[in-house]
Design a protein around this ligand. Sequence first.
Ligand SMILES: [Zn+2]
Ligand SMILES: [Zn+2]
Length: 290
Amino acid sequence: MNNRKVSIRFWGTRGSVPSPGRCKTRYGGNTSCVEVVLPDSRLIILDAGTGIRELGNDLIRRSRKINATILLSHYHWDHIQGLPFFAPAYNRAHTLTVCGCRHAQFPLEKIFSSQMESIHFPVKSSSLAADIRFMQLTPSSASIDDADLAVMRANHPGITFSFALGFDGRKIVYMTDNELLPAVRLARSHIPYDRGEFIRFIKGADVLIHDSQYSDREYRSKKGWGHSPWKEAVRLGAESDVRHLILFHHDPDHPDSIIDAQVQECRKMIRSLDVSMKCSAAQEGKEVCL
Ligand SMILES: [Zn+2]
Ligand SMILES: [Zn+2]
């Protein structure tokens, strides 16, 4: 095995709310959670939706001493709800560094305890025996576990971060919960973000994991909810010279068949744009290697 490989594995791909069902067995029903393993087994977890529960169980099977950095894009339920079910948090052998944005009304340290208040949860947060550290992020560049980390704000209600991880010449961008407006239909002055800034942030990524929750038609009635029409994710990826666009944060009402059709539509669009970007949809349990 190439020990310089970077592995990306999806444990939760769904947006908004867990939505298991017979028609979702391939793409999965768990909410956002992506495992990134750097060479030498260093572990970064992107978001802690319900997918992190099964990841935790798997990590315990793989390792007696887990050292993980958890990057939280924001604190909407579908990105944090798996934390109280993350088994490594209950074992003193493990170390977790939880990173997220500074929020005036919600200190990062409460990310576990508020979900474990007795009205919501039967186990007290004092049962969390792992060495849990907290790190506040700001839009900037930093270094975690020898990887370069760049952070920028996404276009989403509340403070939401996107992450660019760089390691050994490889670049992964995680940009979930980001609303790209159909720029062709809007005057530039109406766009509440700097598209050029997004492009600079993403530029040349080997993998871009991007929100692609809606069709153009669905988007029309969901403007301002903080999610993108999938064609806009394609457009941004193509403009940013991305090698592989991975559609993410699937709508809870979309069965596998709709996501399959979405991928086909995106590939057709990529061909018409005459770029060589690969496109697939994030699938629970699937690994992408760089
Ligand atoms: Zn979300
Ligand atoms: Zn959100």
